[in-house]
Design a protein around this ligand. Sequence first.
Ligand code: ADP
Length: 413
Amino acid sequence: MRNGIIITLKIRKNVVKILVVNAGSSSVKFTVYQMETETVLAKGLVERIGLKEPNFVYERPGHDKEEKVVAVANHTDALKAICEKLVDTDHGGVLESLSDIDAIGHRVVHGGEKFSEPVLIDSDVKNTIRLCANLAPLHNPPNLDGIEACEKAFPGTQNVAVFDTAFHQTMPPEAFMYAIPRELYEDHGIRKYGFHGTSHKFVTNAAADYLGKPVDELKLISCHLGNGSSIAAVKYGKVIDTSMGMTPLCGLVMGTRSGDIDPAIIFYLKKKGYAAGEIDSILNKKSGLLGVGGIKSGDMRDIVDAAANGVETARIALDLWAHRLAFYVGGYYTLLSGADAVIITGGIGENSVPARAAFLSRLSGIGCHMDRAAIQITKKAVTLSTPDSELRAIVLPTDEELMIGRETALLLK
Ligand code: ADP
């Protein structure tokens, strides 16, 4: 009843403030939203937590960015520093009191098969997130630290978990099963889960707005192209396949990750004397654009610059990146029985003209022809295909934080 009264009052006030938290192993990113207008009131991050000279970055729209070194040893300290700043209204704080926050939305990387939607966090949910840490050992534990730090800092405020894997839970077995003994799935949960779900969902909804059609009438191929990259086939609002797998190592060529390789390469490397940890590090941290490009950088800006300056290895890295991406788009176009649009998003998708050109020039076989003027337009929603193309290509900037804010506000209602 008490909760009932509080919620009724808030709805009457029609004011909802949501804090979105993305806690990584050594950083906590945060954004405070005024949800009715989807305005950012403040955002920032504490980075290098537990390391030398942790750094606190704080930003408010229309004001200079603030940065300072803070003494924080763990996520609880980081949340404390964030809370102190948010209520320090004499020095840029945007909250009168911490109780102004109506709910907190948390990015959680792995929800396993258990979560296909955002959930209110209770002890059962936390236990399941803990169990899923088997599948995401680098991500779920710090996500959980962030949740527990918020529970301490905001007693009585509801916390919501929004999972990177959730949007992909609609995949049928033919898409999520690996062709390996079934017990490995049943006993150990070895299957494709997919990641970047919050981004794919955000741009799927944005595509519906942009194309002026409901989501459940659209067949879309969503390409999230950043340091980590993945692609999803979305049929009438539901994912039917995606390129990342049990872990985010699979699929497209990424900044430092290999994407798909022949699994037998791992046994071959073992025979050649490489330890398991070394192979893990090669495939996750030394491969992709960094590994192939030969210029000691996995940043697409450096790769395209080097390719333009005639560095052959960098050109091959760019071509390999575009080739793999076009291969997936072709496959998903077939699985969807045709598509309304290819959506392009992420740091590379929104910004890199040469990378987009390398990719789109490979799609003419399925009726997507590049508009050479439009391809120069960056950082905003734009159609990159010519008007006579049968398949449209559109750039739609993603916003995972806002999506988490929306999902959290929706659950609060
Ligand atoms: P993450 O997966 O870490 O979230 P991002 O989505 O921020 O990554 O994407 C990072 C990639 O985007 C890098 O490869 C970077 O080169 C590329 N990128 C970012 N800004 C630009 C730009 N202005 N021009 C070209 N590429 C860019």
